[in-house]
Design a protein around this ligand. Structure first.
Ligand code: SF4
Length: 267
């Protein structure tokens, strides 16, 4: 088993593990933005940079995708590594100055602002980490969005920057966005994924009328889930809160006179 020495602390590692995985297992904090355990690594944000010993010189690498191939000496909290990560954060803050999530991470890293000019409105609020693109492709299987444009014009968008018919309105991209840029908006009859402007029919709870998801997500689940799930999804839609209340009513029996106001739950 190879040994990864992080800031003078030796840790046993498995071949193929990334430096980030080893560090996390050992309780060493390295900031990440474009990384998610359930998705492939893209190392696009560069916020996780560390130094590794190359035998006489130290190389700066991204820890989220650098694999352990043998014994390795890593510096996470060296002056150069910290300066590198803070520099990246300052650049990202210029793109996303209003993001609460980004500012919170910046504070934790000891960065309280950016010396760089703010980017234009069109480029604003997205750090181009690509997590939304990867979750849509790798987990949802929709591939509704992708990188569009080049250089300073680069953005995450649906084809031709038009609302995409491939979007099922699942909201996975919004849930995974680390800077809170993608949002799910519910309208009377539709769910809208902003800023991609794609819309899907909304399913509402049959009891209280609150939104429970999109019709296309229901169909996608039915397609993947087999007959049992098809049968469940064919029932009247119900939100988790109403479901809990309904279940509580079914399981609760009132205790007769003398003990009014109390109840017991059956098993
Ligand atoms: S809401 Fe649309 S764009 Fe976002 S992950 Fe789901 S299918 Fe992809």
């Amino acid at each position: 088993m190879p040994t990864v020495t992080i800031d003078d602390k030796p840790i046993e590692a498995r071949l193929g593990e990334t430096i980030l995985q080893v560090a996390r297992r050992a309780g060493v904090w390295i900031p990440t933005l474009c990384h998610h355990e359930a998705l492939s690594s893209s190392a696009s944000c560069r916020i996780c940079v560390v130094e590794i010993d190359r035998g006489g010189w130290w190389q700066v690498v991204t820890s989220c995708n650098y694999p352990v191939r043998g014994d390795l000496t890593v510096r996470v909290n060296s002056e150069r590594a910290i300066r590198g990560r803070r520099g990246v954060m300052q650049l990202l803050l210029a793109r996303c100055p209003e993001s609460k999530e980004l500012r919170k991470l910046a504070r934790r890293m000891g960065v309280d602002g950016t010396p760089y000019p703010k980017v234009t409105e069109a480029q604003r609020n997205c750090i181009l980490c690509g997590l939304c693109v990867r979750v849509c492709e790798e987990r949802i299987g929709a591939s509704a969005i992708s990188n569009a444009g080049r250089g300073v014009e680069r953005a995450i968008a649906a084809p031709f920057r038009m609302p995409s018919d491939d979007c099922i309105g699942c909201g996975a991209c919004a849930a995974i966005c680390p800077v809170g840029t993608i949002t799910v908006r519910t309208h009377e009859k539709e769910v809208e994924i902003s800023p991609f402007k794609s819309r899907a029919s909304l399913v509402r709870c049959s009891e209280c009328g609150c939104p429970v998801g999109s019709e296309l997500v229901k169909q996608a689940l039915a397609d993947r889930g087999g007959p049992k799930l098809v049968e469940i999804l064919a029932r009247r839609p119900i939100c988790p809160q109403c479901k809990r209340e309904k279940l509580a009513k079914e399981l609760t029996v009132a205790v007769p006179s003398g003990n009014r106001g109390t109840s017991v739950r059956t098993t």
